[in-house]
Ligand binder design. Structure first.
Ligand code: GDP
Ligand code: MN
Length: 378
């Protein structure tokens, strides 16, 4: 899950990282009020979950409250990379001496978190990584030990940070690590971390990604979720605890177990089909959950056939069958459906389904071939 800049910076601030004074506003009028309270120049920043807002015109420095209102009006009517701007952050404007990049993420290959820092901050760090990788310093963190002082000094020296800032930089880096660790983040990034003209280190921009699988222990964070960038079907699926990812093909897939779902998609492709989604209904799915899954799959107008592949272990074949029947009565699907149920209560499941208008299959290969043929109108 991505957090907005203002949310990330609020978290950073709780870990002692200096951020500019400011607040988020949902209207231009509110933006002007905040600008009046702050006094002086302010920066109006679109809050959308994409990078490169600056280049897209979604960040503007205003000289007075009136201009703040005017820019907020403009920015609040924008769409950036397809996402509507619903909120702006109004921050005290900073006078920038230097822009630094500082981030922590997981290095999967090294199986450790890694700190990345660069004196070439502000711009796209991906571009720096691609063109001048030597400008990025990387230091791994032993998660049991945390960040040591010698590491913060190595990094500060590696990015040629003036010595007077080393202590503050060390505190910021340690704060960023704690924010990353305690919130189960997969990314905590400050870009830019600036040295201001009045010689302070300030986190001007912030970005955090939170591990979805850890959200159950961060109820406050999960409430922050902005679903604007998610496909509506994915949002709906989340409500029912279904793991669903929309894809571009035309064969809807309803499978239990992530591995089996992947295998089902592979075999569909092997026989010349294109899956319309990844869907894991999970272990022990109830009839209600199956019905929700069916509705979500059929909500996609591209779907011209459905493959239902259930291996009954904890999930019971008869429960799935009941769910399918209930869903079919409710949504009246017009597309052909191929069903393969094996395992626990498969017989009972098949008996329930025998009256329904379904194509049955014995093996996965058989099911996939029938689904591909059905999707092509055979
Ligand atoms: P991003 O484009 O989405 O990464 O948004 P950022 O918050 O990083 O802003 C992009 C750029 O706008 C920064 O690198 C700065 O150069 C500039 N910027 C942002 N806030 C301020 C500010 O308060 N004062 C000044 N002068 N420039 C700013
Ligand atoms: Mn940025």
């Amino acid at each position: 899950m991505k957090l907005h800049e203002y949310q990330s910076k609020q978290i950073f601030s709780r870990y002692g990282i200096p951020i500019p004074k400011g607040r988020v506003a949902a209207s231009a009028n509110e933006a002007r009020q905040i600008a009046e309270e702050l006094g002086g120049r302010v920066v109006i920043k679109s809050q959308v979950l994409v990078g490169g807002r600056g280049k897209a015109g979604g960040i503007k420095v205003a000289k007075d409250p009136q201009e703040a209102e005017q820019f907020a009006t403009q920015i609040l009517s924008m769409e950036i990379k397809g996402l509507p701007v619903r909120k702006v952050l109004v921050d005290e404007a900073a006078a920038i001496e230097q822009e630094i990049y500082l981030g922590i993420t997981n290095d999967r290959a090294a199986k450790k978190p890694v700190i990345m820092a660069s004196a070439a901050g502000g711009v796209d760090i991906e571009e720096v990584a691609a063109k001048t990788p030597e400008k990025i310093i990387k230091v791994h963190i032993n998660p049991l030990v945390g960040i040591k002082d010698y590491q913060t000094r190595d990094i500060a020296s590696g990015i040629d940070l003036p010595r007077e800032h080393w202590r503050a930089f060390g505190e910021i880096l340690k704060g960023l690590w704690q924010a990353y660790l305690e919130n189960d983040a997969t990314l905590a990034e400050i870009n830019p971390l600036i040295i201001s003209k009045d010689n302070r280190l300030i986190a001007l921009d912030g970005k955090m990604l939170i591990d979805d699988n850890a959200l159950f222990r961060h109820s406050q964070l999960s409430e922050m979720r902005d679903t604007d960038e998610d496909a509506p079907s994915e949002v709906e699926a989340r409500k029912y605890g279904l793991t669903f990812i929309k894809l571009d093909g035309n064969i809807g897939c309803m499978v239990n177990g992530a591995g089996l779902a992947m295998a089902s998609m592979d075999i569909l492709k092997f026989f010349g089909g294109e899956p319309a989604n990844f869907l894991d209904i999970g272990g022990g799915a109830s009839a209600e959950k199956v019905a929700a899954a069916m509705r979500i799959i059929l909500g996609d107008p591209n779907v011209s056939a459905i493959l239902i592949n259930i291996f009954g272990g904890i999930t019971r074949g008869d429960e799935v069958a009941k769910g399918l029947i209930a869903a079919m009565e409710e949504v009246k699907p017009k597309v052909p459906m191929v069903v393969r149920i094996v395992g626990t209560n498969a017989e009972e499941g098949r008996a329930i389904l025998s009256s329904a208008n379904l194509i049955t299959a014995e093996t996965l290969a058989d099911a996939a071939q029938k689904a591909v043929a059905a999707s092509k109108g055979a």
